[in-house]
Design a protein around this ligand. Structure first.
Ligand code: BTN
Length: 253
């Protein structure tokens, strides 16, 4: 069923244009914005609102980092939903990571997940997710590198790539269409407490491997055993079990 919401049309006068895609999704396209996540913090609450920008002047990554957001070079999109409990929200990086992975896997089967919320191919990051839970809304920001050249990504802290650099053909609008459906689906699963972390685990090559962990500037090694129901990475370190809420984890070579 398609949903036409008049208040969306009248409230968001800054829109260049709008279309409707998916069930109850309202979509806004902007030529330029500071950050699509920040935009969704400023506007009136609207469950299912999705904003896409051609360019971000202040694209945000996790842990206060910047997200490269040049015009036409990436997909920069954020979704607004009714808030969910803090406990469920702790799984949102994983659930929406699977949502993005499902979309990218329609283009190439080699994409995989890196705990807690990155999508990789060939050892390089191609997409990241920034969930933000506010008292009255959940915002899910997703960035996918589309047209960047290797040179344009070479100065980034984390090795990164794009669909263009990997020579994977794509259609931006088709990616967005599929993303909307997947994100909506995984939001519903989260809300119903029906998201199974096994979906993440089976697409995360870290699991079962010897890993190196950097957590709060400390480095240690261990074996990644799996992901628990709270979304923590379970690592065996010198015979003891440690549960990580966050951290930089890589396979030990
Ligand atoms: C990360 O891996 O660090 C998360 C990156 C999230 C980037 C997206 S792009 C759309 C949305 N708007 C932002 O400012 N950030 C997210």
């Amino acid at each position: 069923m398609f949903y036409f919401s008049l208040p969306v049309v009248t409230c968001y006068s800054l829109l260049n244009y709008f279309v409707f895609s998916g069930r109850f999704m309202k979509l806004i396209f902007l030529e330029e914005v500071d950050s699509t996540n920040e935009y969704l913090k400023r506007v009136e609450f609207c469950h299912g609102l999705c904003v896409v920008a051609e360019k971000q002047t202040g694209g945000k990554g996790r842990r206060g980092k910047k997200w490269i957001s040049e015009k036409g070079k990436g997909l920069y999109v954020s979704f607004m939903f009714s808030p969910i409990s803090y406990q469920i929200a702790s799984l949102s990086s994983l659930a929406f990571g699977v949502a993005v992975l499902n979309v990218l896997k329609t283009l190439d089967k080699r994409f995989y997940l890196k705990w807690p919320n990155d999508i990789y191919i060939n050892g390089k990051k191609i997409s990241g997710i920034l969930p933000e839970l506010l008292s009255d809304r959940l915002i899910i920001g997703i960035g996918i590198n589309l047209n960047y050249t290797r040179d344009e990504l070479s100065s980034l802290e984390v090795p990164a790539t794009s669909l263009f650099a990997e020579k994977i053909p794509f259609d931006k609008h088709s990616i967005l269409d599929k993303l909307i459906l997947e994100v909506e689906n995984y939001y519903e699963l989260l809300k119903k407490k029906a998201f199974n972390v096994k979906e993440f685990e089976k697409n995360c090559p870290l699991i079962g491997k010897e890993v190196s962990v950097i957590e709060e500037h400390k480095q240690f090694n261990g074996i990644a055993l799996g992901i628990d129901t709270n979304g923590c990475l379970v690592v065996e370190v010198e015979g003891k079990i440690r549960r990580l809420f966050s951290g930089n984890v890589s396979i030990r070579l």
